[in-house]
Design a binder for this molecule. Structure first.
Ligand SMILES: [Zn+2]
Length: 225
């Protein structure tokens, strides 16, 4: 899980200035979603211990309803075309009915203004509605995939890197001042479990997570195999 700036995010996505949270089919090979972990985050996204993300659908636009947090989320625009919610529901339905492979989703998580975590790729495997106490919202299940796995890395550890809670990521980023704890580099930073999950280390406490540059992260990965 690499920490990147917004401009690196744009480069990753072939120069597309991604602003919206949900971007179905924005690339030929994949869709993109943005998550926020800030206290005032507009949506209630969750990450379960198995690394699966439950991503909340998005509200109707302000011009349709100024009080959008009390209005049911919608699959359709006024013109009858699919909203982003609708596109994600259709893709999940096609997958569940065996008509298509799961849609591939790239997830980026904002931990500070201008500071993003590249969470990697997920498969969109389910979509459903939930009542959030006020209105109906969509929920989308995103299951982590590991196409980028190197043979020398432990699958379990890679999975658990993706379950580090947002507030822990923020805390670690601030504590380590956005630098590798070994060499002070600000380039190619990754979150690292000091004691790997596979050796009993926790993802849920900042004292077991640190920032490492790519070089020191790889060195460490090799040491524990
Ligand atoms: Zn380093």
């Amino acid at each position: 899980m690499k920490i990147i700036s917004y401009s690196e995010l744009v480069v990753n996505e072939g120069g597309k200035m991604i602003q919206k949270g949900m971007n179905f089919g924005i690339q030929k090979t994949h869709s993109v979603v943005l998550m926020s972990t800030e206290k005032n985050a507009p949506y209630n996204d969750k990450i379960f211990d198995d690394g699966v993300i439950e991503y909340e659908g998005h509200d109707v636009p302000k011009n349709i309803s100024p009080d959008k947090k009390s209005v049911d989320q919608s699959m359709f625009n006024e013109s009858g075309t699919h909203t982003e919610n609708g596109k994600f529901v259709a893709a999940a339905t096609n997958y569940k009915e065996g008509k298509k492979d799961p849609a591939k989703i790239k997830v980026y998580r904002k931990i500070r203004p201008g500071v993003w975590v590249d969470m990697g790729f997920y498969n969109l495997t389910d979509a459903y509605k939930r009542h959030d106490g006020v209105r109906e919202v969509f929920k989308f299940l995103l299951e982590p995939t590991f196409e980028e796995v190197h043979e020398d890395r432990d699958y379990e550890d890679l999975l658990h890197n993706r379950t580090i809670p947002g507030e822990i990521q923020r805390e670690v980023y601030d504590r380590d001042k956005g630098k590798c704890v070994k060499c002070g580099s600000k380039e190619n930073l990754h979150f690292d479990h000091i004691l790997p999950f596979s050796k009993g280390g926790s993802s849920k406490t900042s004292s077991n997570i640190q920032l490492l540059c790519a070089k020191h992260n790889l060195q460490k990965g090799a040491k524990f195999v």
